[in-house]
Structure formats: structure tokens, C-alpha cells
Ligand binder design. Structure first.
Ligand code: N01
Length: 494
């Protein structure tokens, strides 16, 4: 028997979608997870210091409030615990098929069903599919000569080896993004020495991470209204930050001034300050929220290296001026292979259309969730759904509610296919790309948000409120619906 819904990935998005489907009475679904545990990025990123730089009150689902967050910004273990609790309380465990790696999706037009191809297993059929495999699932090693030549320990931030003992070791960290600024302060505490190889300095703002008192936790547990009000306050606070972080505007200069003041306060050495001063608009790359990165860089056993890396050697890293820095271990905090062009696995739609080819110059979708020619298929964290200033979970919740609402309608009314109209999709994307022109992300720096050609397939150019609002209603006029009569003949409706 076919599934009504196949969900690919049991991270935040997949679990959230499953909960909402259950709440709407959809029972015939399964989650396909390549790993042996739920949690997605929070299962993978367990490096020392791993934490969220968005307040937990906002980095959680509004339909699954957690009054017990221990701090303003939670660590990865606590976030993973929150995901486990959701799985437990929704009774999702029996629905998750672990160790099931999806290798492809093929649409069967005649039946209005998808074939979910699985590595080393029989394929599964499903009427609808939610691709919730996440944009930051696959770690990326840098394109540096000699990566294979280094004979010491190599660790990627997203695949931490907790058995490796850093004490007494000489360690290099390559990269200075959101992961590195959390790792470096922890490594400095244990390693003999740490050298941080920086290619581009980022804009840093302080992160004040207060402990939540027992009294406050009790208040939130007793009064969901209070919890909701605080979440609302965080939401609108972040919305106001969009003015400086999303658009390259006079407010961006305010963000930069605040960041420079923070740099002056934390770093007294003018030469180091200069090395740490970015030369691009704040927000163009992800803002770095940390209060302990600059102090860690100035620890006696830490050094910032700004000479570009020429290559890795058997014993360390050779920089372009000819010095070989020798290490016991190299930590690659170099980010992820983000599928901003192409798809996570082959996806074949109507008439054998291949989504990877269609997205080869950059991904696009309708309202980030659906693609014309690929009916009954939905994406979480799809093209142009990234926030630069707010919680990814606010965006994810809006996607999930839109997608599960569409699926519930499709199942209830017995539609065979729900396919976005190409003109609606084109209109939406023309508007996206026009609006992206005035954003910080398109203001001239290089980041994982852009393809090599500078196409922005990742970020949403607006407030979170606008993103959420556009997903509140399923505009059926933007879709072609195919329904099947009792005698099996397909009929087309508007
Ligand atoms: O990765 P990144 P990340 N030689 O791609 C450098 C999320 N996240 O893992 O800037 C030398 O941002 C690269 O240099 P440059 C968040 O969405 C969230 O830190 O390209 N250096 C950069 O410094 C984030 O955006 C949280 O010049 C090289 C670094 O490696 C995303 O994950 C926490 C290099 C990569 O930075 C990715 O963050 C952590 C080379 N060849 C992460 N190649 C939260 O708190 C790359 N680099 C929610």
C-alpha cells in the first residue's frame, strides 16, 4: 500500500511536519532517516561549545513550547533533548525508518504517486512527499591542496570525534564562521596551542547568555501566555534587526558601529583589531553572535593567522609566505555543501523532468515550498527561505503548516495532483530576485548564500512576518489540480 506522505529527514523540519500531520488526522505517513537517530543538524553538530545563536524561546516551535529552557541560548545537547521530547510526546518513534537513505524520487504521472528510491532497499510509493533533508546536512572540506596529505588528526566541526583528546595538542582551526567562533573558545581551554586561520573576518555582536531561573521556568509552565508574550517580544526584537541586517541601509551602518564598538571594547591591540575588521556590509555573511571569541583569540596559547593557506602538508599548514605551521590536529570549521544549485538526490517529475538540471544555475520554487512540474512534492527550507535576522524555526513552522494544510486538502478531496502553475512560480521568483538586489546578501561579499555566479537561491528578502504571511493561505488559483473521477478518468479542475 502506498503511503499518504513520505517525509525525508527526521530533523527539526521532518519531526515538526510529522507532528502537524498527526494533529490533522493524517495517519498513513513515514519518516525516512539516513542516520540511526533523530535530530538532523543538532545530532551532527556536537562540537564543544555548539549552541544556538538565536534565543531558544524563538528557536523552538510555537506548537511545542518548552518552559524548561535552561538559558537564553541553549546548547546543542539541550536542543537535541527538545527534539527527542517532541518525538516521544507525539509517539512518532514507530513512524521513523532509520538507516533509510533516500537516493531518488520519481513521479508516476498516471497514478499521481511518487516512488521513493532507497539505498539497498525496496522502493516505497507515496502520494505526497515532504523533502525535509535540510540545507546544512553535508559537511564540506575546503578546496585546499593537500587536504589528503596531512597525517595528523582531521576533524570537521559537524563530525566531531569526542574520543580525541586535545589536551597537550597543537591544533589548527580553519574557518572563522558561526561554528568556529563557538569552537575556538573551548579548544583554547584544553589544547596546548591553537592557531586560527582566517580568510575573512566576520561582524561580531555580543551574546549575553543568561541562566533561566527556576522561578521563571515555573511561571512559563503555569502560564503559557507569559511564555508566548516573551516569545513575541523576541520575535519583534529580531524583526527590528532586519532593517539593518536584511537590507543594506543606514541601519546597517548602525549594526556595523555597534560591532566595531564591541571590537574596540574586547580587543586593545590595534593591529589585531585591524585584522578582525570586516570589509563588507554587516549581514552580508551571517552575523557572529559571541562574547567569548575575541577574548579566546587573545589567550596566551592562541594566535590568529591571516596569511592565506597555500596548501596542507604531511605535518601541518603551509601559508603563502612560505611558513609551515605544524599541528597534531586540524579542525575544519569550513561549513557545508549547501545545495543552492542541484538537488540532494535526483528528483524526476512530470514527463521525466529532472529537477537537478532545472536548478543547475540556482534553485527556485514557488513560495519556497513547491516547484512547477513536480506535483505533490514539498520542500522545507527550500529555495529563498533563509532568514538572516530571525529564527529558522519561525520560517520552518510556516512552511510545515502550509505544506501539511495542502496535503490534508489533497487527501481529503481525493486530488491526484497538486501542481504549481509555471506563471505563478515565475512571477514569484521575478519578485524575489528583484527584491534581493537591495539586500546585504547581494551587496558584494562571498558567502554560502550565493552560487558561484552570484545567484541568491537561499535567503528570503524580507521580514519574517512577510514570509509567514505568504504561507498562511493556499492560493488554489496558483495551482493546477488534477482530480480523478470514480471511473478512473482524470478530470481537470481550475
Ligand atoms: O560555516 P561557514 P559554519 N580556506 O560556511 C572558511 C549555521 N550555524 O559551519 O568567510 C580558508 O559560515 C570560510 O571563510 P570565508 C549558520 O547558518 C548556525 O561556520 O569563506 N578558509 C568561513 O570562515 C551558518 O551560516 C549556528 O572567507 C575557508 C568558514 O570556513 C552555517 O551553519 C551555529 C576555506 C566557513 O564558514 C555555516 O556555519 C553554527 C578555505 N579554503 C552554524 N573554505 C547557530 O547558532 C572555507 N573557509 C544557529
Amino acid at each position: 500500500m502506498s503511503l499518504d506522505v513520505a517525509i525525508i529527514g527526521a530533523g527539526f523540519a521532518g519531526i515538526g511536519a510529522a507532528i502537524r500531520l498527526k494533529e490533522q488526522g493524517v495517519a498513513n505517513f513515514a519518516l525516512f532517516e539516513r542516520d540511526t537517530r533523530v535530530g538532523g543538524t543538532w545530532r551532527d553538530n556536537t562540537y564543544p561549545g555548539a549552541a544556538c545563536d538565536i534565543p531558544s524561546r524563538l528557536y523552538s516551535y510555537s506548537f511545542a513550547p518548552n518552559p524548561r529552557w535552561s538559558r537564553t541560548y541553549s546548547g546543542s545537547a539541550e536542543i537535541l533533548g527538545y527534539i527527542d521530547e517532541m518525538v516521544e510526546s507525539a509517539g512518532l518513534a514507530p513512524r521513523i525508518r532509520f538507516d533509510h537513505t533516500v537516493t531518488g524520487l520519481v513521479y508516476d504521472q498516471a497514478e499521481g504517486e511518487w516512488t521513493v528510491e532507497l539505498q539497498g532497499r525496496e522502493p516505497v510509493r507515496a502520494r505526497t512527499v515532504i523533502v525535509a533533508s535540510g540545507p546544512l546536512a553535508n559537511p564540506s572540506l575546503p578546496d585546499i591542496d593537500g587536504v589528503d596529505v596531512f597525517e595528523g588528526k582531521k576533524i570537521h566541526s559537524a563530525r566531531w570525534d569526542h574520543d580525541y583528546d586535545f589536551s597537550g595538542k597543537k591544533v589548527a582551526v580553519i574557518g572563522t564562521g558561526a561554528s568556529a567562533v563557538q569552537i575556538v573558545p573551548k579548544l583554547v581551554e584544553t589544547a596546548e596551542s591553537v592557531k586560527v586561520f582566517q580568510r575573512t573576518p566576520g561582524w561580531v555582536l555580543p551574546r549575553v547568555n543568561g541562566r533561566t531561573s527556576d522561578w521563571t521556568k515555573r511561571l512559563y509552565a503555569k502560564s503559557p501566555v507569559a511564555e508566548k508574550a516573551v516569545r513575541g517580544a523576541w520575535f519583534w526584537g529580531h524583526e527590528s534587526v532586519a532593517l539593518g541586517v536584511v537590507w543594506d541601509s543606514p541601519f546597517t551602518r548602525v549594526v556595523e558601529a555597534l560591532s566595531k564598538a564591541n571590537l574596540r571594547r574586547q580587543v586593545k591591540d590595534p593591529w589585531l583589531r585591524r585584522q578582525l575588521t570586516p570589509d563588507f556590509s554587516a549581514g552580508c555573511k551571517r552575523l557572529l553572535m559571541t562574547s567569548n571569541y575575541y577574548p579566546a583569540l587573545q589567550a596566551d596559547n592562541c594566535k590568529l593567522v591571516t596569511w592565506p593557506i597555500a596548501r596542507l602538508s604531511a605535518r601541518g599548514i603551509r601559508t603563502v609566505e612560505g611558513i609551515e605551521h605544524q599541528f597534531d590536529a586540524i579542525v575544519f570549521a569550513t561549513g557545508f555543501e549547501v545545495s543552492k544549485a542541484g538537488t540532494p538526490f535526483p528528483i524526476s517529475g512530470i514527463d521525466g523532468r529532472d529537477l537537478a538540471s532545472e536548478w543547475s544555475k540556482g534553485a527556485y520554487a514557488y513560495r519556497s515550498v513547491a516547484v512547477s512540474g513536480y506535483p505533490n512534492l514539498f520542500f522545507t527550507f527550500g529555495p529563498n527561505s533563509g532568514p538572516g535576522h530571525s529564527s529558522a524555526l519561525v520560517y520552518m513552522e510556516a512552511q510545515i503548516d502550509y505544506i501539511t494544510g495542502a496535503i490534508t486538502k489533497l487527501l481529503r478531496f481525493g486530488w491526484t495532483a497538486l501542481d504549481v502553475r509555471p506563471d505563478a512560480q515565475a512571477r514569484y521568483n521575478d519578485d524575489m530576485q528583484r527584491r534581493l538586489q537591495s539586500t546585504t546578501w547581494n551587496s558584494g561579499c562571498q558567502s554560502w548564500y550565493l552560487t558561484e555566479d552570484g545567484f541568491n537561491a537561499t535567503m528570503f528578502p524580507g521580514f519574517a512576518t512577510q514570509y509567514v504571511n505568504q504561507l498562511k493561505t493556499l492560493d488554489l488559483a496558483d495551482y493546477k489540480i488534477t482530480a480523478t473521477q470514480l471511473n478512473g478518468a482524470p478530470v481537470l479542475t481550475a
